[in-house]
Design a protein around this ligand. Sequence first.
Ligand SMILES: Cc1cc2nc3c(=O)[nH]c(=O)nc-3n(C[C@H](O)[C@H](O)[C@H](O)COP(=O)(O)OP(=O)(O)OC[C@H]3O[C@@H](n4cnc5c(N)ncnc54)[C@H](O)[C@@H]3O)c2cc1C
Length: 289
Amino acid sequence: LANAYALHFGLQYLTKRFMHRSEDDMQEIEALAAGMKAYATWNTRDTLQECREACGGKGYLSENRIGNLKADTEIYTTFEGDNTVLMQLTAKNRLGEFRKQFGEMNVSTIFNYVLGQAKTAISEKNPFATRNTDESHLKDAQFHLDAFTYREKEITASAARRFKKLVDDGLDTFDAANVMHPHMLQIADAYLDRVFLEQFSAAISETDDEALKEVLTKLYNLFALNKIEEHKGWYLEQGYMEGVKTKAVRKLVSQLCWEIRQDAVPLVDAFKIPESCLAPIITTKSAEA
Ligand SMILES: Cc1cc2nc3c(=O)[nH]c(=O)nc-3n(C[C@H](O)[C@H](O)[C@H](O)COP(=O)(O)OP(=O)(O)OC[C@H]3O[C@@H](n4cnc5c(N)ncnc54)[C@H](O)[C@@H]3O)c2cc1C
C-alpha cells in the first residue's frame, strides 16, 4: 500500500514534468519514465503474488481474479521495453548527468563538493548518528532524505569511478557498461527510490486536511523505512548505520504495518476502484470491515 501511494505521487510528478517540459528536460524525463515503468511493473508483479499468497488457496480461485490479473500484468515487465533494459537507460542518464556535473566543475564547485562530503561524514556518519535509534529520528523526513540521497550519490560516484577505470584499462564503453551491469541497475534503483520519496513527502506537504496528513505520514514513514530495511546490508557495509539502528528500523516497520492496518480499507477505497472490477474475496472483506 505504501509503495502504491509512492508510485501514485511519483507518476503524477512525471506527468507534470512532461506537461511542462522544456527541450533541456527531455532526456531526464525519458530516463524517469523508463525507470518508473520498470519500478511500477515489478511492484505490480510482486504485489499480486503477495495478495495471492495472503488469500491462501482462495487467491488461486479464478472467481477471485488474481490469476487473471497476474496473467494480464506480468508481461508488462517485458513489453513496452524490457524492465532491465529500461533500468540501464535510466542508469546511463544518471551517469551522464554525473559526468556533466564534474565536467563543468571549477575550483569553487570542487571545493563545495569536498565540503559536502566532509559535512556528510560529520553529520550522518558519526557514531551518534549511526547508532541513533530514537523513534523521532527514525521518523524524521530529513533522516530519510539524507539516507536515500547518500545511497544514490555513493552508488553513482563509485560506478563512475569503476566505469572510468574499465575504459582506461582498454574496454570500449559498451563492454564497460555490460561488465558493470548489476552496478548500473543499482544506480537506477537508488535514483528512483529518492524521487519517489521526495514526491511522497511533497504530496503530504500540499495536504491541508490534518487527519489525512497524519495517515499519509504513517504510510510515508513505512515506505521510507521499508526501503532502508531492504538495503540495510548496503548501509551496514558503508558504516552509515550500525546493527542497533537497522534492528530498530525493522521493529518500526512492523509497528507501522500494524498501525496502518486500521486505515488500510479507506486508503484502498481512495483509489475508487469500481465495484465491477472487484471480485468476491475483496467485496466480502470490505463489507466485513
Ligand atoms: C504480448 C506482447 C506484445 C508485444 N507487442 C509489441 C508491439 O505491439 N510492438 C512491438 O514493437 N513489440 C511488441 N512486443 C515485443 C516486446 O517489445 C519485446 O518482447 C520486448 O522489448 C523484449 O524484447 P525480447 O522479447 O526480444 O527480449 P530480449 O530483449 O531478448 O530479453 C530477454 C532477456 O535478456 C535480457 N536482456 C536483453 N538485453 C539485455 C542487455 N543489454 N543487458 C542485460 N540483459 C539484457 C532481458 O532483461 C531479458 O531478461 C510485444 C511482446 C509481447 C510479449
